[in-house]
Design a protein around this ligand. Structure first.
Ligand SMILES: C[S@@+](CC[C@H](N)C(=O)[O-])C[C@H]1O[C@@H](n2cnc3c(N)ncnc32)[C@H](O)[C@@H]1O
Ligand SMILES: [Zn+2]
Length: 409
């Protein structure tokens, strides 16, 4: 191992990754490795385990077109059952990345060639050069849109497309023009801006899917740390695509009183609560973000004591690389998601941010989220946390009821 590399343990893998010391992780690293994205990779493995059972996927044919250190593909080899792997193709346009992937495979006693391969190519060319896959992971720096057409082209019926976007400034409404240009949608900077961002990303993938008559339905889509990620299940057929497109709507939001509703296009209406003109975001996916059954299976898989443990991982081995992102945090996160998933069909898109409601309505004392949820449930409404923020509440209660509850009535 050269002086430029440190060793990390993540899941069952032990990898050489570039040393980054106190410097911020950046795309200028010789080969990219972000320890914060351990959560992203943990969730990937859990999802693949759960999805195989739920959707009857017998063997995974995986494309990792932007593999960097190879951590994701290597973890799949080590952590998924071998009999469930048809093949894993790792690729990166960087020679240094491909060399490091091969080195990391040797370190983990994985043979190159055969089922597991490493190539150097531009991601779109790599995808087009290959036969279809049933799991494709698009994980670029920033905006993923430029890879979606080829990914969809190479995605099998009943396969999963995973897309990570780190350009959250566009998706969550800081860079409005960039979002319109790149995602063909208007974002909105408010308490539920990250949920809006998830829905905008999903719609873009679905539009591209529809061009290929592939209906992409989100089965697990979330915001965490600095990224937005969607897992989309692919089913071929024009009718299915039309169903998906029929759920592309707008979210209307009143900046004066926090009223929200789903819009069908047209001129911004006035708020039915306070009369001010509402703001709008979209078009976006207004359907469910999660498959509830999948979320529950993932919670159970994460709790399985036989799983690879990396509770202090990626673990520091030689004092130069490591972080604090552990398994317990993932378990908590998944439980919140499962709760959200159970009620989202009734609660719909968007949520109330308690701090915004307090601010706009001059409520001095902000109640605890758990208290608000409990009171809403006692009144007979659906209510749950949202994984996007600890102070958001997803509910089917109207604003007037929510306000009363926040005021302690
Ligand atoms: C964010 S990193 C991927 C991280 C990796 N998936 C992981 O989980 O650690 C992006 C990687 O994509 C590669 N890359 C960016 N654009 C590419 C392209 N057009 N074709 C192939 N590789 C690309 C970069 O060299 C970099 O290694
Ligand atoms: Zn209003």
């Amino acid at each position: 191992m050269g002086k430029k590399h440190g060793i990390v343990v993540e899941g069952k893998a032990k990898l050489a990754v570039p040393k980054y010391g106190r410097k911020a992780v950046s795309s200028r690293m010789p080969v990219f490795y972000n320890p914060v994205m351990k959560s992203n990779r943990d969730i990937t493995i859990l999802l693949m385990e759960a999805a195989a059972k739920l959707y009857g996927i017998k063997k995974w044919a995986v494309a990792d077109p932007m593999a960097a250190t190879g951590i994701r593909g290597i973890r799949m080899v080590l952590e998924l059952e071998n009999k469930n792997i048809e093949g894993i193709k790792m690729n990166d346009y960087s020679d240094a990345a491909a060399a490091l992937i091969k080195k990391n495979m040797r370190r983990n006693r994985i043979k190159t060639g055969g089922k597991i391969s490493v190539t150097v190519n531009e991601a779109n060319k790599f995808l087009l050069n290959n036969k279809p896959f049933n799991y494709i992971d698009i994980d670029p720096f920033g905006y993923p849109g430029l890879f979606l057409d080829t990914a969809v082209k190479r995605l099998r019926h009943n396969g999963i497309l995973a897309v990570t976007a780190t350009d959250t400034s566009a998706l969550a409404g800081t860079a409005v023009a960039a979002c319109r240009r790149k995602y063909l949608a208007t974002p909105l900077r408010n308490g539920f801006m990250h949920e809006t961002g998830i829905r905008i990303l999903i719609r873009l993938a679905q539009l591209i899917g529809a061009m290929h008559e592939k209906a992409l339905t989100p089965v697990f889509s979330y915001y965490k740390d600095h990224y937005i990620r969607a897992f989309l299940l692919c089913r071929t057929g024009s009718g299915r695509c039309d169903d998906v497109l029929s759920k592309h709507k707008e979210i209307l939001y009143c900046d004066s009183c926090c009223e929200k509703k789903i819009g069908e296009g047209g001129i911004n209406p006035c708020c039915s609560n306070c009369g001010k003109q509402m703001l709008k975001a979209g078009l976006l996916w207004a359907g469910n973000l999660f498959d509830r059954k999948l979320a529950v299976k993932m919670v159970l898989a994460a709790a399985n004591p036989n799983r690879a443990k990396s509770s202090i991982g990626p673990r520091r081995l030689n004092g130069d690389v490591g972080n604090r992102y552990g398994d317990e945090k993932i378990k908590t996160f998944l439980k919140v998601v499962a709760e959200e998933a159970a009620g989202e069909g009734k609660c719909g898109a968007g949520f109330y941010a308690i701090e915004d409601v307090c601010e706009k309505h001059g409520i001095g004392q902000q109640p605890k989220t758990t208290q608000v949820i409990k009171r809403l449930q006692q009144k007979g409404y659906n209510a749950s946390q949202t994984h996007c923020t600890t102070t958001g509440v997803k509910t089917n209660a109207p604003l007037k009821v929510f306000l009363a509850v926040v005021k302690g009535k």
